[in-house]
Design a protein around this ligand. Structure first.
Ligand SMILES: Cc1cc2nc3c(=O)[nH]c(=O)nc-3n(C[C@H](O)[C@H](O)[C@H](O)COP(=O)(O)O)c2cc1C
Length: 403
């Protein structure tokens, strides 16, 4: 399948591994790029030297194009982006900040730049200062999706922008990829889906949960990391959201932020004073981030379902197996192409050839069961969760009864 994104990046398939902290590691990036997609390294948990080593490791594993992500709000992210530019990484993806300086430096060596955005204003601004593409994140996505869902966000932006769009949020199979392209996107970033593959470093406990959980089993709140963020609805997640940044969580942020000072190679006391002087808003955001980093790491690396919190999109309900990266990409593209050919046949008035296995799979999916860790906690307060995703108590009780 050829799109403006496959042409722009020189890749075979319009499938992207987005930069997911603790998941999009060098091996995972290389697996996706070798399978014909574009793997993007997450630098959130890395310092500058680790970023350089990771880029070199990717190059030792694959000769295919790849990318590096920098979430500019994270401490140390600008330094990591500078390393990616020095290493002349083919694609740089930035989020949560203004990356005009990245565009200038990347274009000087022929690199491409993708801005991650959630609305038209930021997308237009990124296009105006020279970004080659935008990754637009719908409300159903893992982590920091915007207010609008993919189904409305993509066509709205596609009709206003000239640069290609990568959609992030809700794409987990060939139906999603074909749908994304029909809506006006040129590729799909599949975070939640690629996170549950054989090569993914995600702990097996959470891979298992991702197969069990349904599309309703996530919550969206600003009380997890201080930004609107979607996570898997577990007792640890509900507890984190219920507490927000209360006194206990503020105190916990003190030791938790030591990780950040280590990452920045800054004496802890210097970081502490610097943050206090930067104002309450920054200090609060960093405290949220320090606690969130700790609990995401406990989920991804340790598989701790009682303390760990995992950012997950609603697409978790579309996951029924743990394939290899190559198997997943191959079947996603094959199914999308079959659907597209089938739609053409329908337009021509010929018989539909939609593969029935896809329909059967959705109908005969394994029963989703709640884990014991999820059964003890109460649902978050109404104000913590957007009305649309307020977990249905009725549905939750039913699931527990079933298990
Ligand atoms: C475990 C995990 C960690 C993530 N970390 C980051 C990150 O560090 N920076 C970022 O820009 N996006 C991050 N994301 C969001 C993804 O880049 C992407 O926007 C999202 O997964 C797309 O939606 P989907 O999950 O429905 O496919 C993360 C997602 C997951 C699942």
């Amino acid at each position: 399948m050829k799109t403006r994104i496959t042409e722009l990046f020189g890749i075979q398939h319009p499938i992207i591994l987005p930069g997911m902290s603790w998941i999009s590691t060098p091996k995972m990036v290389a697996a996706v790029s070798s399978a014909g997609g574009l793997g993007i390294l997450a630098t959130g948990p890395l310092d500058a030297e680790q970023t350089r080593a990771a880029i070199r490791e990717i190059r030792s594993l694959t000769d295919k194009p790849f990318g590096v992500n920098a979430s500019l709000l994270f401490p140390g992210a600008a330094e990591n982006a500078k390393v990616a530019l020095e290493e002349k990484v083919p694609v740089i993806n930035f989020s949560l900040g203004k990356g005009d300086w990245i565009v200038k430096a990347a274009h000087a060596y022929g690199g491409k730049v993708v801005a991650t955005v959630v609305n038209y204003r930021h997308a237009k601004r990124a296009q105006d200062y020279g970004c080659d593409a935008v990754q637009v994140t719908g409300h159903e996505a893992a982590a920091h999706g915007g207010d609008a869902t993919t189904f409305c966000l993509v066509p709205s932006l596609a009709s206003k922008l000239n640069i290609p769009i990568i959609v992030a949020g809700g794409v987990a199979d060939g139906r999603g990829l074909a749908g994304a392209i029909a809506l006006g996107a040129d590729a799909a970033a599949m975070g939640t889906r690629l996170m549950s593959t054989k090569e993914s470093p995600l702990h097996d406990n959470f891979k298992k949960l991702s197969v069990e959980k349904d599309i309703y089993d996530t919550v969206y709140s600003t009380r997890f990391d201080g930004l609107g963020c979607r996570v898997l609805n577990t007792s640890a997640a509900r507890d984190a959201i219920r507490q927000g940044l209360n006194l206990r969580k503020m105190l916990e942020a003190l030791p938790n932020s030591m990780e950040i000072s280590k990452q920045l190679h800054l004496p802890y006391i210097k970081l502490f004073i610097g943050v206090l002087l930067s104002g309450w808003k920054n200090a609060r955001q960093l405290a949220f981030m320090a606690n969130a980093f700790k609990s995401i790491r406990a989920a991804t690396e340790d598989g701790d379902v009682s303390r760990g919190v995992l950012t997950v999109g609603q697409a978790t309900g579309l996951i029924h197996d743990i394939p290899t990266v190559a198997e997943l990409i191959d079947r996603t593209v094959t199914d999308a192409e079959t659907i597209m050919k089938d739609l053409t046949r329908m337009v021509d008035g010929r018989k539909s050839l939609t593969p029935k296995k896809e329909v059967k799979k959705a109908a005969g999916r394994p029963k989703k069961t709640a884990k014991p860790a999820d059964q003890t906690a109460t649902a978050p307060k109404k104000k913590d969760v957007t009305q649309k995703e307020k977990p249905s108590r009725k549905r939750g009780r039913k699931k527990v009864e079933k298990s």
